[in-house]
Design a protein around this ligand. Structure first.
Ligand code: PEP
Ligand code: MG
Length: 872
């Protein structure tokens, strides 16, 4: 659904200005804007339609003629409309301006041309009326704009003219004549025709077309034009022009903002600096309210009426002519993401729009900007390179090249950016200590990206245009600049830009408006949203963002803590099952405590715990120093450690001994984890609401794997229940992340209470595309149109989606009550959520920081359906 347009229909009858010139009035392609004229956004553009709405509100809008897209297209082709008929709509002495009116204001358009109709004779007449200097200023502005934008003369010629007023005018007319060998055109009709022709042609030019297509405009987007009578803003009494809005555009807070400049036109007030007046009384200086209180009061009233009736915060362009206010135009206040949210909520709270519409007006992708610190929109950016924006938010710090350095830096209280070629589990402690992460390799689901998003840590991966020489602790930007340990970088994980230095930042904004909007969204939503949370801190974030449970707890992340990592390594090094069991017994209480904390934080909401998934060797030290450290801890020779690490190395670890394959071949690990989960269940249920844990088996591809693991887990559950003399419930489920598991979902569902689709691995295996290496060529693939989007970021609906649909259908066929969900990174992507909802998934689970984005996106889908606005 598209959010409602800014302007609403009138309730009040309106007495139209008396139309003159039947040719114009009867022709929808060049029509006087009256309350009933055939003007529409789709045919005449947003500005023309908005002006009609202002006319319907009886606001003091100067007389305006609208030219349709088709009329402007004809003009570009050399077919002018009846210029005489247009001119005859205005008083013979009127000056005119022409402004663009595209369908969407963001698509831009040629600049406005003011004071059409100025010529030598009008100059003399106006000099008598308003003074020679004011009249000269009007004429000068027109001559210069016409010369540069219509006659396409070299702007430098006019830049060199320093004089203004009459002298400036004289020199500008002379320059025009010198450059064109013609007199400046004196006939208003001829002037108007030339302006219309040049604006129409500018719109159809290649560069303008490419520019607007980049902003989402269709290739054949049309341009309308509005020809409006000028209210000069110069002359006797209080005259001038300005811009007013009722909100502050960066924050969206109610505050009258804008500027007014006496004896000025157009938007001059905004660029005038100290000369411009404030609008409302202001301790910083003189305000319009001081010099023209009545005009200010009228203006404020008009703006409030526009807000109410156009159902939008509008920027009002106005002119004061001898104390009288005229409204020239109204456009949507340009706004930051946080302002957009506050504005939508306030409009709904004031009863101007329904809450549902407020929910629809916010782009879910923009919510990310509210949840994280951002580089200030006005800050200057010294961009070194752009990588994959893997985890949003921005942070500045001194660069460090190892996890240990990051920890040391954090201990000194110095924010640091961890720079690695790629990250591995042993970097996680460094990631915890850093304020941001930058890697050379990786894609949206690589290790650094997943952990970064989980921690809410700004992260850029795949910055492959930068040279990473981490051994000598330096990185080199494509422009040759070199950065070493301690140099300051800023990581903008929202855009993927790596910036030199420390630009100004804007803090996260989780205020009341945000909470209000989210509550409205939840009231509409019809698909569950859980969070992927691995640690108590993640779970707390998930709760703060009102996730409905944990959809994926990757238990292996609990072992990255330095104290635990060593015990984990001892377990991996244990030579016999009994030796392994002994070490696992030391890990058991640690895991149990983790789970107790998770259950307590989630207070009875479902928590889905995935049993150990990664290949074991990921936990082994890769560096010489790390291997030495481990040898010391185990009291064995380094050579033993090195040999063992080599022996465990696999050609394709992601397709090797991991997930359920470990559960089948080294069952003690899952036994320990199951025991920890069940003991924690009883412990956490003692005080709070009863906990029903969900235990999930990863990387399944065959039913028999599930049967084997299920038998052992059921046995552990029975043992714990009998030891403690207390029964409890639990649900056992399967992670569907291999293509075969999708195909065999019917028989797998028999042994499972739930199926959770792991779309990260499923995408990797469906494409045969390594999620850790795809970053190297992903941008080329997307640029060349092989992939429309990175399939690790936006679900590939055609291929991976087909497998998901098939898996859900087969699973539900054999077990209708089976719960189905998605817990891959796609769970937080609005486009992918639409797919999951349509395919009948019960919930999606995503990184905690993406939960609000997902809640909003899901609510919008439900609202669109209710209003019958969904596409296709
Ligand atoms: C997945 O594969 O989609 C998933 C959620 O698991 P992981 O990313 O931990 O492999
Ligand atoms: Mg997986």
């Amino acid at each position: 659904m598209r959010p409602e347009r800014a302007c609403a229909s009138p309730k009040r009858p309106y007495s139209a200005p008396k139309p003159k010139g039947a040719a114009v009035q009867n022709n929808p392609n060049t029509t006087l804007i009256t309350a009933t004229a055939p003007v529409a956004t789709a045919t005449h553009g947003g500005r023309a339609k908005c002006l009609q709405r202002l006319v319907r509100l009886d606001l003091p809008v100067p007389r305006t003629v609208a030219l349709s897209f088709s009329a402007v297209h004809d003009i570009a082709q050399g077919q002018l409309p009846d210029i005489g008929a247009i001119v005859s709509q205005f008083e013979p002495t009127a000056l005119l301006c022409v402004r663009p009116s595209s369908e969407d204001p963001d698509w831009g358009g040629p600049g406005a041309v003011l004071n059409i109709g100025m010529n030598d004779a009008r100059f003399v007449e106006l000099s008598d009326k308003m003074g020679a200097e004011a009249a000269a200023a009007l004429y000068l502005r027109f001559v210069q704009t016409f010369a540069i934008h219509v006659a396409r003369l070299d702007p430098d010629v006019f830049d060199e003219i320093e004089a203004d007023g009459r002298e400036g005018l004289r020199q500008s007319l002379r320059a025009y004549e010198d450059e064109t060998d013609e007199n400046f055109p004196q006939d208003p009709g001829e002037q108007l025709a030339a302006v219309l022709r040049s604006m129409a042609r500018a719109w159809e030019g290649t560069s303008a077309r490419l520019l607007r297509q980049a902003k989402g405009a269709p290739a054949d987007a049309g341009l309308g034009l509005v020809v409006q009578e000028m209210i000069p803003g110069l002359g006797q009494g209080e005259c001038g022009s300005g811009v007013l809005q009722l909100v502050e555009p960066a924050t969206g807070l109610p505050q009258i903002t804008g500027r007014y400049l006496s004896q000025s036109q157009g938007r001059d007030a905004l660029g005038a600096g100290a000369e411009a007046l404030y609008l409302e009384k202001d301790p910083r200086g003189v305000a319009l309210e001081d010099v023209a209180p009545e005009a200010f009061a009228a203006l404020k009233q008009h703006a409030a009426l526009m807000r109410e009736k156009l159902r939008e915060e509008m920027q009002v362009e106005f002119v004061i002519e001898n104390g009288h206010v005229h409204i020239l135009d109204g456009v949507r206040v340009p706004r930051s993401a946080r302002a957009a949210l506050r504005i939508a909520v306030r409009l709904a709270e004031d009863g101007i729009i329904p809450p549902q519409e407020a929910v629809m007006r916010i782009d879910p992708h923009s919510v990310n900007e509210l949840l994280h610190r951002q580089v200030h929109p006005q800050a200057k950016r010294d961009v070194l390179t752009t990588g994959i924006a893997a985890s949003p938010g921005a942070a500045t710090g001194k660069i460090v090249f190892t996890a240990a350095e990051a920890q040391a830096s954090a201990a000194r209280g110095e924010p640091c950016v961890l720079v690695r070629r790629e990250t591995a589990p042993e970097d996680v402690r460094g990631m915890h200590a850093a304020v941001a992460v930058l890697t050379e390799r990786g894609g949206m689901t690589s290790h650094a990206a997943v952990i970064g998003r989980g921690l809410g840590l700004p992260c850029i991966v795949g910055a492959s245009e930068m040279e990473f020489q981490t051994k000598v602790r330096m990185i080199k930007a494509p422009d040759g600049r070199v950065f070493r340990t301690g140099d300051i970088l800023t990581i903008d994980g929202s855009t993927g830009q790596v910036l030199a230095g420390e630009p100004a930042m804007m803090e996260a904004a989780l205020d009341d408006s945000f909470q209000t909007l989210m509550a409205w969204a939840d009231a509409e939503r019809d698909i569950g949203i859980r969070a992927n949370a691995d640690t108590p801190a993640d779970a707390q974030t998930a709760r703060n963002f009102d996730a409905q449970g944990i959809g994926l707890c990757r238990t292996e992340h609990m072992f990255f803590d330095p104290g635990r990592l060593t015990v984990m390594r001892e377990m991996i090094f244990a030579a016999t099952p009994s030796g392994r069991k002994a070490v696992l017994e030391r890990l058991l209480p640690m895991q149990r405590d983790d789970f107790v904390q998770l259950f307590r934080i989630m207070e009875g909401k479902p928590v889905c715990i995935r049993l150990f998934d990664p290949p074991l060797h990921e936990f082994l030290p890769t560096t010489r120093a790390g291997q030495r450290e481990l040898a010391e801890a185990l009291d064995i020779p380094v050579s033993d450690v090195t040999r063992r690490v080599e022996a465990m190395t696999e050609y394709n670890p992601m397709l090797g001994l991991r997930g359920v394959r470990l559960g089948v071949t080294v069952p003690e690990i899952y036994d320990m984890q199951a025991r920890a989960i069940f003991e924690a269940t009883l412990e956490a249920s003692r005080k709070g609401k009863p906990v029903v844990p969900e235990v999930m088996i990863p990387l399944v591809s065959a039913k028999r794997e599930v049967e084997l693991v299920k038998a052992r887990i059921d046995a552990v559950a029975a043992a714990v229940a009998s030891e403690r003399g207390q029964e409890f419930d639990y649900r056992l489920g399967v992670m569907v992340e291999t293509p075969r598991a999708c195909l065999r979902a019917d028989e797998i569902a028999h042994c499972a209470s739930f199926l959770s689709f792991g779309t990260n691995d499923l995408t990797q295996m469906t494409y045969g595309l390594s999620r850790d290496d795809a970053g190297r060529f992903m941008s080329v693939y997307v640029r060349q149109g092989v992939f429309t989007e990175d399939p690790f970021h936006v679900l590939d609906q055609d291929g991976v989606g087909e497998l998901l649909k098939l898996g859900v259908e087969r699973g539900r066929k054999s077990k209708p009550e089976v719960t189905v969900s998605v817990c891959g990174e796609h769970g937080g992507n609005p486009e992918s959520i639409a797919f999951c909802r349509a395919a009948g998934f019960d919930y999606v689970s995503c990184s905690p920081f993406r939960v609000p984005v997902a809640r909003l996106a899901a609510a919008q889908l439900a609202i669109s359906d209710k209003l019958g606005m969904s596409e296709g």
